[in-house]
Design a protein around this ligand. Structure first.
Ligand code: ATR
Length: 280
């Protein structure tokens, strides 16, 4: 029987996931389909019960349900529990198990373009919201030399650093403090929405001190190249947009469901075609 997978979120109409996963199922000759389901917050519990009743084999979870879904699941993977958000669920014979592949997906995407070992890198994360949390804890779990967090609202950066249960050297900084320390870092990661369409003419941090020794990564993929990345690239830095993270979180979800790792180049081509551009 054809297995059914899906995405629950609100909105989901423009999601890039169905095409990416359906192509991977076809490519790997897995008899399965992936469909996006629009679920309003007040219907979340019923939707989860429906997934169980219909024996949906697994699903992704997106905004605004990544945190609120946790109370309806039967079990939650340890990293997802620490991150405090679930974006992937497996239906294991009627038991729904939650995972987070956003953070690990980001680490995988980053590791793919870092030429030497990630473990030796000094990292600055800009932002301390949900996305930053997943990336911070996943990088800390992977093991890197240090991770500083800077944010417009300093108190949330301080709180995030306090909550990290992994052994990593970390400080919370103001944006201004981080700007003065830019030469100290190897990798700078923007997790804020600053620069995202339609407000594309903004940068989350001054790029004045960014140079060819830096790797600058932005989790935004609309636009494909944010102003931060354009300025960093013009200063000689290596840059990465959010497409790779999106693809890798999807590939890890796919692997969690099927135990098969899909062809990420193929997934990336599909995503880029939908976004209408090339990656950087
Ligand atoms: P997400 O789940 O996508 O991370 P979030 O939890 O709302 O979303 O976090 C958004 C992050 O972007 C926060 O770090 C936020 O900073 P504040 O904590 O100060 O709100 C940051 N952010 C959003 N808009 C910003 C702006 N215009 N300037 C600077 N930082 C901004």
């Amino acid at each position: 029987m054809t297995k059914l997978f899906g995405l629950i979120g609100c909105p989901v109409a423009h999601s890039l996931s169905p095409q990416m996963h359906n192509d991977a199922f076809g490519n790997l000759e897995i008899d399965a389909k992936y469909h996006a389901f629009h679920v309003e917050p007040e219907n979340l519990e019923n939707a989860i019960l429906g997934c169980k009743a219909l024996q949906i084999a697994g699903f992704n979870v997106t905004i605004p349900h990544k945190v609120s879904i946790m109370k309806y699941l039967d079990d939650i993977d340890q990293l997802a529990e620490q991150i405090g958000a679930v974006n992937t669920v497996v239906n294991n014979n009627g038991r729904l198990i939650g995972y987070n592949t956003d953070g690990p997906g980001y680490v995988r995407a980053l590791a793919n373009i870092v030429t030497s070992q990630l473990n030796s890198k000094k990292i600055l994360i800009i932002g301390s919201g949900g996305a930053a949390r997943g990336i911070y804890f996943s990088l800390a779990k992977h093991g890197v030399q240090s991770i500083d967090i800077c944010n417009r609202t300093m108190t949330t950066a301080v709180e995030l650093v306090k909550q990290c249960q992994f052994d990593v050297q970390s400080s919370a900084l103001t944006i201004h403090e981080a700007e003065t320390r830019i030469p100290h870092y190897d990798i700078i990661i923007n997790t804020t929405s600053v620069g995202m369409s339609p407000k594309t003419n903004a940068v989350p941090i001054s790029t004045k001190n960014i140079n060819k020794n830096h790797l600058v990564s932005d989790i935004i993929y609309n636009p494909l190249e944010t102003k931060l990345l354009t300025e960093a690239r013009n200063n000689g830095a290596v840059v990465q947009n959010g497409v790779d993270m999106f693809v890798c979180q999807g590939a890890l979800a796919f692997e969690t469901w099927t135990s098969m790792f899909p062809n990420t180049d193929r997934m990336k081509k599909i995503v880029l075609k939908k976004l209408g551009g090339t990656t950087c």
